[in-house]
Design a protein around this ligand. Sequence first.
Ligand SMILES: Cc1cc2nc3c(=O)[nH]c(=O)nc-3n(C[C@H](O)[C@H](O)[C@H](O)COP(=O)(O)OP(=O)(O)OC[C@H]3O[C@@H](n4cnc5c(N)ncnc54)[C@H](O)[C@@H]3O)c2cc1C
Length: 430
Amino acid sequence: MMKQFNVAIIGGGIAGLVAAIYLAQAGKSVVLLEKASQFGGRAKSAKKNGAIFDFGAHAIIKGGALYEIFQDLGIRMDGGYPGLNVSFLWNNKVSHIFRFLISRNLSWSGKKEFMKFSKTLTTINADSVPAISLKSWIEQELHDPMARRIAYAMFRTNSYSQDPDHQLAGPAIRSIARTTKKNSGFFVQDGWQTLVDQLYEKAVRSGVSMMTGKNVKEIEHDGSVRKLKFADGEEMNITHVISTTPPAVTSRFLGDTGSKSVLRWKDQARVIKVASLTLNLKRLSAPDHFAVLGLDQPVYFVNQSKFTRLSEDGTSVVNITKSNGTGGTDPKADERFLEQMLDLIQPGWQKEVVARQYLPNIVVAHDFMHIGREDRFPGPAVPEIAGLYVAGEWATHGENLGDAAAASGRRAAQRVLKDIEAGPKSTIVV
Ligand SMILES: Cc1cc2nc3c(=O)[nH]c(=O)nc-3n(C[C@H](O)[C@H](O)[C@H](O)COP(=O)(O)OP(=O)(O)OC[C@H]3O[C@@H](n4cnc5c(N)ncnc54)[C@H](O)[C@@H]3O)c2cc1C
C-alpha cells in the first residue's frame, strides 16, 4: 500500500508542477505522478552536441499568466527579446517588415489600414470585443487583402492556431496585444528545461513527492474520488486528484461511469497541431532573417539563438514550424515542405547542419478559446465527481498556451485548497 497524500496530481508538465508547488506551499501533502521518465511534458528541452532543442520554438510573454506565476514562485527567467526584427515570406521571397510595408505589395489604402490596425492592437480593450471569430473580427477591421494576410500571419504565429473561423477574437487579441509592448516576448536562455529544472527543485524543496514512471490508468470514483490505479498494478487511495492530461485521457481514466462535463470538454475540444523542425547550424547564410512569418504559407521561422544563448559553442539554433490546423497531416510531406521553406529563408542550410529535431503532428494545445465551446471555461472542478479537478493548457479560461497551462494549474490548486478547507473531505486512511 502506498503512502497517503491529501492530493495526487496526474502529469508533471507546467500545469502539474505549478499546482503541486502551490498546494505543498499551503501545507498539503502532495504527490506528482508522471508517466514519462522525466518531468516537464512539452516544456522539456533536449540537448544534442551542446545545443539546446526546446519542444519547438517557445517564447514567454511578459504580462502573461506564466510570467506572473513563475515570478511569484521565484523562477528565474533570463532571455533575449526579438523586438520588431520580423520579416515576411511572400511569393518565395523574404523581406523585412518595414521594407514590405512600404513596398507595392501593399496598396496605399492597405498601408493606411494596416497602420491603423497596428495602433488598434496597442489600444484595444480585448474584453470589449464581442464573442465573434477571429476571422470575423479581422475582416471587420481590415478590407485590404494583403493587410488581412499580415494580420492572419501575426495571429497564427502568436497561438500556432490555423483555425481563424473558430478561434475567439477576444482572447486572441488580448494575447497578441501583450506582444506589441516593447521587450515583451522573449526566448529563454539555455531553453525551457531551465524553467522545468527550477520548478522541480522548488517542488522538492516544498515537500512534493515526485514520482516518474507512474502511468495512471483509472480514477476510481462513486461520485467522489476514491482511488488511483496504475498500469503497473499498484493502487493509491486518494480523495483529491488534479488531472492535467488532455480531456480525452481524463475521460478514459473515468471509464463508462465518467462525468458528463469531462465528456463534453473532450467532445468540444479543437486541437492545435504543428510540424516543427529545429536545427543546430554551424553558420547562417542569411543572418538578417531573424524571424520570418509566412504570408502565403502557414510557416514561422525563428533564429532564437540570435536573441539568447542556446548552444555552448555559439552556433545557431533555429526553428521552423508549419501550423497544421486541427488535423494531422503526412509527416514526410510536412518535413519536405519545411525543408523547402528553409531553402528560401536560409539557402544552403543543409551543408551547415550539426543536429536536428523533427517533431511531426505535435499538439501545441489540446483545446483553446473557440466558437462553439459549450463550456467556455472548463474546470477547475469536475462538477459530477467530488474531489476531481482538471488543469492543462486546454482548460484555458482565456489564456494562451503556456500561460493557460500555468494559470490552470494555479486555479486547480486554489480550488482544491478551498474545498479542503470547506470540508468534509480529507485524506481517507484505510
Ligand atoms: C511546438 C510548440 C511550441 C510551443 N510554443 C509555446 C510558446 O511559445 N509559448 C508558450 O507559452 N507555450 C508554447 N507551447 C505550449 C506549451 O508547451 C504547453 O502549453 C505546456 O507545456 C503544456 O503544459 P501542460 O502541463 O498543460 O501539459 P504537458 O506538458 O503535456 O504535461 C502533461 C503531462 O502529463 C503526463 N501524462 C499523460 N498521461 C499520463 C498518465 N496516464 N499518467 C501520468 N502522467 C501522464 C505527460 O507525460 C506530460 O508530462 C508550445 C508547444 C509546442 C508543442
